[in-house]
Design a protein around this ligand. Structure first.
Ligand SMILES: Cc1cc2nc3c(=O)[nH]c(=O)nc-3n(C[C@H](O)[C@H](O)[C@H](O)COP(=O)(O)OP(=O)(O)OC[C@H]3O[C@@H](n4cnc5c(N)ncnc54)[C@H](O)[C@@H]3O)c2cc1C
Ligand SMILES: NC(=O)c1ccc[n+]([C@@H]2O[C@H](COP(=O)([O-])OP(=O)(O)OC[C@H]3O[C@@H](n4cnc5c(N)ncnc54)[C@H](O)[C@@H]3O)[C@@H](O)[C@H]2O)c1
Length: 468
């Protein structure tokens, strides 16, 4: 006997869990959505949105500082408390929007509790109740890693869970980890006048796979941030913060922002009782097309599966998992979206599709530099490099690595082109308005046409005025 029964139980009411619930219910399944907090998704509360609010504030300060280049004298005076007040006010709106949509669900569907497996189709809730489900979707998200050496300074550690709750900006912050979280927040804080230094044990910034574009991003960020790559800093408590020691140097920072990865939330989930195969890290093995764990009726979606921990993927995976959980064992194989990651540094850094190994002769690559591009010069935003890739055999575009002003917009063109199997010729056949940042891609597209033996619909002479 169990206290609750349903067709599909969803553990976790984040972006993936909410999408799974919707999709399962749409197919007529009875659902239960379980979450201890219903706090309004990581994206809205402690992820995408508050980080972009901090970046937007950093942009505003930077624009004022940069105004001299246009003949406008100005000096930004950053009021840290006002910056954090605005961030929190706008964040609260985003969070409320999610909470409102959760409140629209029938009350009986929302179970405020922490769940753990008691068997493949049986969950125990921390309020003492038990639940039987035909299928289960694990959508428990991820949590910032707090490795052992950092516990000694935990009083002064910030993570994405806590930094946005600050009432004022700190004076100085050491950022550990130069992944997307680390570099986005480090640059935003630096632009807001916080003394920032970034440390990473590796040499990759924002997970960029293309070494040339990654190096360009490194050079551009190093103009405004001290970057200590390939560096293992030691941390120790200090009277006024945290003391970092590295390469014979030592410095105290008021806070340490820990951004060294976000492992999935499996603590207390008792996955060992779920009857599914687990990998060496204790994570469920699953199929990317169905999101099913083996031949079980358990599915896993969003950051919990660590596959592509991004918002649009969490939403898509939630849909796949919810649909398949509702129709299990009749599961469908979904084709997955073109890989697309975008880090909101300035300039932005994005990668779409497959970035080939430089020695792989089955792909051709071409470069589009942004250090002398007309529109970027107009806006005083020069700097960057894009590398575009196509398959040698048929000229189809396969990947793009972009570090350029508004690279996020440029990247969406490639997400569409790669998804539709277009060639560089196809992209050159569309109109390019002048003057735009998109025009900067044309020379690389022409090179790809030439290298893959495809037509070149536009020649350089077609450009409005060379060099603009
Ligand atoms: C600082 C930051 C910035 C980011 N910026 C971007 C960005 O700009 N663009 C982008 O695409 N992505 C970004 N991301 C990634 C994006 O936020 C995540 O990929 C996405 O939010 C994951 O959604 P999810 O549903 O998997 O997890 P979540 O939204 O975290 O939901 C997981 C839910 O599971 C619940 N839960 C956990 N354990 C249990 C349990 N035992 N029982 C019941 N419930 C449980 C939690 O309470 C939570 O509500 C960012 C992430 C961070 C941290
Ligand atoms: N714009 C976006 O889409 C966006 C923004 C933020 C986060 N995210 C998502 O969130 C995920 C997590 O981001 P993240 O930046 O925390 O993790 P990450 O795993 O991408 O990067 C962690 C970085 O920390 C470094 N590191 C590990 N241990 C270290 C140590 N002891 N000292 C110093 N450096 C160390 C790693 O070398 C790596 O560069 C990302 O993979 C991304 O999918 C996306």
């Amino acid at each position: 006997m169990t206290d609750l029964q349903c067709d599909v139980a969803i553990i976790g009411a984040g972006t993936a869990g909410l999408a799974a619930q919707r999709s399962a219910r749409k197919l007529g399944a009875s659902t239960l959505l379980i979450d201890p907090e219903f706090r309004g998704t990581t994206c809205a509360a402690t992820g995408c949105m508050p980080s972009k609010l901090l970046i937007a504030a950093g942009d505003a300060a930077h624009a004022v500082r940069d105004a001299g280049a246009f003949g406008i004298a100005a000096n930004p005076e950053v009021d840290g408390r006002a910056v954090m007040r605005r961030l929190n006010k706008v964040r609260a709106r985003f969070v409320q929007g999610v909470k409102d949509s959760i409140s629209d669900l029938p009350e009986a569907v929302r179970i405020t509790a922490r769940a753990r497996f008691d068997g493949p189709d049986r969950l125990l809730l921390d309020d003492g109740r038990s639940l039987a489900a035909k299928s289960v979707v694990i959508a428990t998200g991820a949590t910032p890693a707090l490795p052992e050496p950092f516990r000694a300074v935990s009083d002064n550690i910030l993570t994405n869970e806590t930094i946005f709750d600050l009432e004022d900006l700190p004076r100085s912050v050491a950022v550990l980890g130069a992944g997307p979280i680390g570099v986005e927040l480090a640059q935003a804080l630096g632009r807001l006048g916080v003394e920032v230094a970034v440390f990473d044990i590796g040499d990759t910034l924002a997970g960029m796979q293309d070494s040339q574009v990654g190096e360009t991003l490194r050079e551009l960020l190093a103009e405004e941030l001290p970057l200590h790559l390939n560096t293992e800093a030691e941390v120790a408590p200090a009277d006024d913060g945290v003391r970092l020691t590295w390469d014979g140097q030592s410095r105290t920072f008021e806070k340490l922002l820990l951004a060294v990865g976000r492992p999935p939330n499996f603590d207390g989930l008792d996955l060992g009782n779920a009857g599914i195969a687990l990998d060496d890290h204790g994570a469920p093995e699953f199929d990317r097309q169905t999101l099913r764990c083996g031949t079980s009726s358990i599915f896993i979606a969003g950051d919990a599966n660590s596959d592509r921990p991004l918002l649009h993927e969490a939403a898509h995976e939630g849909h796949i998992a919810g649909r398949n959980a509702a129709s299990c064992p009749d599961v469908a194989e979904f084709s997955r979206m073109v890989p697309f990651a975008l880090t909101f540094t300035r300039p932005e850094a994005a990668e779409v599709g497959i970035i080939p190994d430089p020695d792989d002769a089955s792909f051709v690559g071409a470069s589009a530099p942004y250090d002398d591009q007309g529109k970027a010069r107009v806006e005083h935003r020069l700097g960057g490099l894009c590398r575009l890739y196509a398959r040698h055999a048929d000229g189809k575009l396969t990947g793009a690595s972009l570090c350029a002003p508004d690279a996020g917009h440029l990247a969406h063109i490639f997400a569409l082109a790669i998804g539709r199997g277009l060639t560089a010729t196809d992209l050159l056949n569309m109109p390019y308005y002048h003057p735009t940042l998109e025009e900067g891609l044309k020379s690389a597209l022409r090179t790809l046409c030439k290298e893959t033996g495809q037509d070149q619909p536009n020649t350089r002479e077609d450009d409005a005025v060379r060099g603009l």
